[in-house]
Ligand binder design. Sequence first.
Ligand SMILES: *Cc1c(COP(=O)(O)O)cnc(C)c1O
Length: 423
Amino acid sequence: MEFYNLKEPEERVGFAQATLRGLGSGRGLYHPVSIPAVEPAALMAANRFDRYLAILEPLMAPDYSAAQLGQMVREAFTFEPRVVPVGDAYALELFHGPTLAFKDFGARWMARCLSAIRGDKPVTILTATSGDTGAAVAHAFKDIAGIRVVVLYPKGRISRPQEQLFCTLGGNIQTIAVRGTFDDCQTLVKAAFDDAELVSALGLNSANSINVSRLAAQVLYYWDLAAATAEALGSAGGGLVVSVPSGNFGDLTAGLIAKAMGAPIARFIAATNVNDTVPRYVATGRWEPAATVATSSNAMDVSQPSNWPRTERILLDYGWTLDAVSVDEAATVASIRAMDAYGYTGEPHGAVAYEALRRSLRPGETGAFLCTAHPAKFASSVEAALGRTLAVPPAIAESLDKPNLSVDMDVDDEALRRFLLSR
Ligand SMILES: *Cc1c(COP(=O)(O)O)cnc(C)c1O
């Protein structure tokens, strides 16, 4: 399948090049020239790995062979999405991977995609994180031959459990605690990518959420959801509606790609917190990003969503409309309590999606919402909403005992450059 640069449509590359480059020239996003259609009935009946293969093959051929993909799928997806009823709705739990957040899907797939195509060239993944992404990327690339990972994060500004989860790995994973803010970390990373000599010497790659390989992996679980709810849907008749907690809109874009491929999903709801650039745009037609506001669903504290050009391209190409709902902090707390009343413990990101679903669902429709993080990752918000303490899951408990291997660094381009060239 070919991808074109949304900013410079003449620029076309295959899946492998799009994965290696991340962005096209002019910082344009790569987007499928045409989204391949598959046969839904056969896919829904297939076992999980066969289903994944049938979805990924048309997206990734001819750069990857079916045999190669079959092995990659088994190595990457060692954990499963789960579908759990919450009242009349369904939660699609995506947090059963090693770092307890849905970013494990994309990061683990990207690691295998890169590893298969790097040849004998070394690759250095350089990324800045305020929490989830860095952890997912570090775990995904741990022990992948020929790939070194360097993660920058703001010292003292992420929670200890979050830090322990990715700063204790060692081996090919290096973590740097920057004496500054997340923005300082991003500025340092940008400066490194502006240094052409450094980029080519180290094979620098950013592994960020606009990478097509991460997007491809996120298409998969929408099909799992469709397969798991097919029976319930048969009797209700109004179609499956999926509410997606959205920040950079990669997850929602992947859902739209699943639908374009043929997944039986009637419509999507873009659920945001008070960082509501998209809900306002859908209502008024005006793109007016405001200053980013800090919320309890902090992975969605984004006011200029980087994947939106892709989302909008699909909506225009297929003539679909998008429902978009913004949920404030009080409603997020109420939503955590509403789920709890059904015996389900959710966290702020899933709670935003659940509340948006409740506001938007029409009679006869079957509703589902994505739960993107384990409640224990946002324990303080959940505990405050529910007035009780949560158990610490084993993945977090184990890492709390390990030594933190991070090195400290000032906000200094030269210091980062020396570090990167030092080994
Ligand atoms: C990244 C993230 C999101 C938002 O996903 P996007 O693809 O950026 O829209 C939602 N929830 C959690 C827990 C995340 O880490």
